[in-house]
Design a binder for this molecule. Structure first.
Ligand code: LLP
Length: 463
């Protein structure tokens, strides 16, 4: 990550330690709209509000830690993506970022499609009434049972991930008397500039079938021969939290090249390509994400240009943003429990959650921002590390951030941009109770995923 240690500035220790931070913000009470959900603001009393409700009230009613999701922002982002790509393209929200029945209903109402990658996500989508034809089913190791459920529900497409799966899905569809619409996921050999664990299109990893060595062309050959399959296109997903469009360009170019080879060999023009998800969001003020309309413009232009050059009709494009839709719409609210200054290092601020509600910092070295939200403060900036309550020193939520030096137990702090891959990757480590997700809109807050209880934990423990 690109940030470097700050040379000097207000601080609580004489020497600032190495870390991933820049200058302390000039105003610690300011809320950078880049990282906070749309309706988040500070009221005249200095209390932060979302959807018109004070976080202090939310904490009283729903407890902490909790995720608060700005429904209006979520819906606006869905609409922006749908409008950017227009009627000749499809936007599939990637449910792995965060999925619940309410989310499915919002997607349905806003005209988006849904990408699921497990039986559980499929069950949630169907339970909330997403029409099956608007669902794409992903995964590198779908079970026979999952494939049977997807085919019998009539999902719009299954994205095939291996040679074995081509045969498996064909066989299942045929035995049900169906012809399943499928895409083949290819790995285009792009090294996306992101963390190694979330880059997916280089060749040495588990997803997809490589374009290199003619593997993907062979997969197409096999799929076209099978009666149970209707091959509708090629899929490529190059990774996550990507800002640079260059990787998508290369990916689109290579996928179009495969379409041209398929046309030359089989006389078939596959009608669709999916360029996956992976568009980055702002976790801190340093990040500068692209707007959906810029992304749509640049992807459409590349595909059109490459198709013209290859003499192909432009295929229908689809994309699968997860993080870019839900990520910025939520923040996690925590109560400060302990404040421990370590002389010459930083102050450790312990909150009532941690790696069980946000594993991304520990797992990917992710960076987040944080703010005091229950009041304003004019105290000096204090280099802080926000940590959880788990029995593990890597239990870090925000590695390096400035909080006011008068921070005290009982204050509420919030970490923005936690809508994606936080609740969906939450765990029960140390028998933590996973926090609720509360949707806030127009002065009303309602729980869409409730807080876990000790009864929930004990219910699974049948020994
Ligand atoms: N499509 C496919 C096939 C995917 O595998 C993914 C993410 C997406 C779309 C959505 O990507 P997005 O737009 O949300 O970046 N847990 C990691 C990210 C792993 C993403 C896995 N696949 C994280 O917390 O950053």
């Amino acid at each position: 990550m690109s940030r470097s240690a700050h040379p000097a500035g207000p601080r609580h220790a004489d020497v600032l330690p190495e870390g991933h931070y820049t200058a302390p913000p000039t105003d610690l009470n300011a809320l950078d709209p880049k990282v906070w959900a749309d309706t988040v603001t500070r009221n005249a009393d200095g209390v932060v509000t979302v959807g018109g409700i004070e976080v202090t009230r939310l904490a009283e009613e729903f407890g902490t830690p909790a995720y608060f999701l700005d429904e209006a922002d979520f819906r606006a982002r869905c609409r922006a993506w749908a409008a950017a790509f227009g009627k000749d393209a499809d936007v599939f929200y990637a449910g792995k970022a965060f999925l619940s029945r309410a989310v499915v209903r919002w997607l349905k109402e806003e005209g988006l499609n849904l990408d699921v990658c497990s039986g559980g996500e499929l069950a949630t989508a169907l339970a909330a009434g997403m029409p099956a034809e608007r669902i794409a089913f992903h995964g590198n190791n779908k079970s026979v049972e999952e494939i049977e459920r997807a085919v019998s529900a009539g999902v719009g497409r299954i994205v095939l991930d291996s040679f074995q799966e081509i045969v498996r899905v064909a066989h299942i569809a045929q035995s049900m008397g169906k012809r399943q619409r499928v895409q083949i996921r290819v790995t285009v050999g792009v090294e996306a500039h992101t963390h190694e664990f979330i880059a997916t299109a280089h060749e040495d990893q588990k997803f997809g079938i490589a374009l290199a060595g003619g593997q993907a062309a062979e997969a197409v050959r096999r799929a076209l021969k099978l009666d149970g399959l209707e091959l509708i296109g090629i899929h490529s997903h190059i990774g996550s939290q990507i800002f640079d469009m260059a990787g998508f360009e290369v990916s689109a170019r290579r996928v179009v090249q495969l379409l041209a080879e398929v046309r030359d060999e089989h006389g078939v023009e596959l009608p669709e390509i999916d360029l996956g998800g992976g568009l980055g969001i702002a976790y801190t003020s340093e990040d500068d994400p692209r707007e959906p309309h810029e992304i749509a413009k640049s992807l459409t232009e590349i595909v059109t240009r490459e198709c013209e050059a290859a003499g192909l009709r432009s295929p229908r494009i689809s994309v699968e943003p997860g993080r870019a839709i839900v990520g910025p719409t939520a923040f996690t609210l925590y109560e400060v429990g302990t404040v421990k200054p370590l002389e010459g290092l930083r102050t450790y601020v312990s909150v009532d959650g941690g790696m069980s509600d946000n594993i991304r910092t520990a797992l990917y070295d992710a960076e987040y921002s944080v703010a005091l939200v229950s009041r304003t403060s004019e105290a000096a900036p204090m280099l802080s590390r926000v940590v959880g309550k788990h029995c593990e020193s890597g239990d870090i939520v925000v590695k390096d951030a400035f909080l006011p030096a008068d921070l005290a137990p009982g204050d509420l702090i919030a970490v923005p941009a936690t809508g994606a891959y936080c609740r969906s990757m939450a765990s029960n480590y140390n028998h933590a109770l996973r926090p609720p997700v509360v949707a806030v809109a127009d002065g009303e807050a309602r729980v869409i995923v409730r807080r876990e209880t000790e009864e929930d934990l004990l219910r699974l423990d049948v020994g």
